[in-house]
Design a protein around this ligand. Structure first.
Ligand code: NIG
Ligand code: FE
Length: 417
């Protein structure tokens, strides 16, 4: 494996955790950058970095690479994706933009249920191929580490199929990937009048099988009015946790129904959406390491939704990460770059807060913080360079793909821009 000497870096972003914890409050807004920097990459890892003049002997055995006065930083981590599905739902998207509610569409058997049908009829190989291509698309916009959820199976056998697709994807790619079993995404139509039977199936059949096969790192639920109640979610998350699956939640996308205090009680790794979080909800997360994941792309499909929640999370001293929520219903966008820009342009984050959110804190929310998402010696050399010179230019020059080069575990990815 080649060793590289990256030089002529206009600015190097040194995003790092503190005391091995996600960044929060004032610290989330602090970001060191090194002007005129270099990086040494060896064995796929970051060996050293710093200001160019501190490098005494230019290393001979390293292949030099001119970074052409670009901005270099850890590659993005996406802590929330639904990457494995078949079909699309553009009709529903248009209806929602015209005012039909997401939850109404779901309760009538469309929405998630449509993707469930299309996913069930797709073969293992088709789903793998779709997911593989999507992973490459994510990467082109700067994302290397990814959390991937199941959730479009609902039935035990189909959920297991989706988790096995993710396992196969992991085998075939050098991307760091964590896997989430989304155990309660929607009540299957055939269980409409048999809620408890479905919960029992999840608790007694699906979760034990997922754990036995070691198919997931995390367990997730959609804790939302008219979807799954706080009590149902608690039972599911606790069962998963008892078998080694660490909890995550989709909650407060539309209503606050106790999902955030539940996240605090079960010491969730992350609590995602958070749009309708109340002050008391935010209070319940005090002192926890649970990361709040905001999903700005999803808010586009919920017209007139709130925009002040991201700032409230930071001001409540809760670590904040950004994800795409890439899925066929609410966010068909896999660009973390775009999410970072939206966070600054619409959700009042500073660019420093957004960069820490999409690297360091995203790596914690994805459970990948020991290997990627930070500028640290010994970490995987998952790096990107962008066609800007400094961080303030990122959201200023928004809406275009600024990725110039990508290093995936120290290997330069060849792609045509
Ligand atoms: O995170 N909110 C629940 N799940 C997904 C959307 C799933 C879908 O509509 O297909 C989300 O937004
Ligand atoms: Fe989601």
């Amino acid at each position: 494996m080649a060793s590289y000497f990256l030089y002529n870096i206009a600015n190097l972003v040194v995003a790092q955790s503190e005391n091995d914890k996600p960044l929060r409050g004032k610290r989330q807004g602090e970001l060191e950058t090194i002007p005129d920097a270099y990086i040494l990459i060896k064995g796929g890892l970051i060996e050293a970095f710093g200001r160019k003049e501190t490098l005494l002997t230019p290393p001979r055995e390293y292949t030099p690479m001119d970074m052409k006065q670009s901005l270099v930083m850890p590659a993005f981590v996406d802590p929330h994706t639904h990457l494995v599905f078949a079909g699309t739902r553009e009709n529903e998207f248009t209806m929602r933009l015209q005012g039909t509610s997401y939850l109404d569409i779901l309760s009538k058997g469309y929405g998630i249920h449509q993707t469930v049908q299309q996913t069930e009829s797709a073969s293992f190989d088709e789903l793998l191929h779709l997911a593989q291509n999507r992973l490459i698309d994510l990467e082109r916009y700067g994302t290397v580490g990814v959390e991937i959820k199941s959730g479009y199976g609902l039935k035990p056998a189909v959920e297991l199929k989706l988790l096995r697709v993710i396992r196969e994807l992991k085998k075939n790619t050098p991307h760091p990937i964590s896997t989430t079993f989304l155990a309660a995404h929607a009540l299957p139509m055939e269980f409409k009048n048999k809620r408890e039977d479905y919960i029992r199936q999840v608790l007694e059949e699906t979760i034990p099988e997922v754990a036995k096969e070691g198919l997931a790192d995390f367990i997730d639920v959609f804790c939302e009015k008219d979807v799954f109640s706080m009590d149902e979610c608690e039972r599911i998350l606790l069962k998963g946790a008892s078998l080694g699956l660490r909890p995550k939640l989709h909650t407060d996308e539309f209503y606050s129904i106790g999902g955030i205090p539940l996240a605090a009680r079960v010491e969730a790794v992350s609590v995602d959406h958070m749009i309708t979080a109340t002050d008391e909800d935010l209070q319940s997360l005090q002192g926890k390491d649970t990361v709040a994941v905001i999903l700005p792309g999803t808010s586009f499909s919920i017209p007139h939704t709130k925009r002040d929640y991201a700032r409230k999370i930071i001001e409540a001293n809760i670590p904040l990460a950004i994800g795409t929520d890439f899925n066929p219903g609410t966010c068909m966008c896999y660009s973390q770059q775009m999410m970072m820009e939206l966070s600054v342009l619409l959700y009042s984050l500073t660019i420093n807060e957004a960069i820490n959110a999409i690297t360091v804190n995203a790596s914690f929310a994805a459970g990948l913080h020991n290997s990627t998402g930070m500028m640290k010696e010994g970490y995987r050399a998952d790096l990107i360079s962008m066609r800007v010179r400094e961080v303030n230019e990122i959201a200023y020059h928004w809406g275009i793909n600024k990725i110039q080069r990508i290093f995936l575990s120290g290997v330069k990815v060849e792609f045509e821009a």
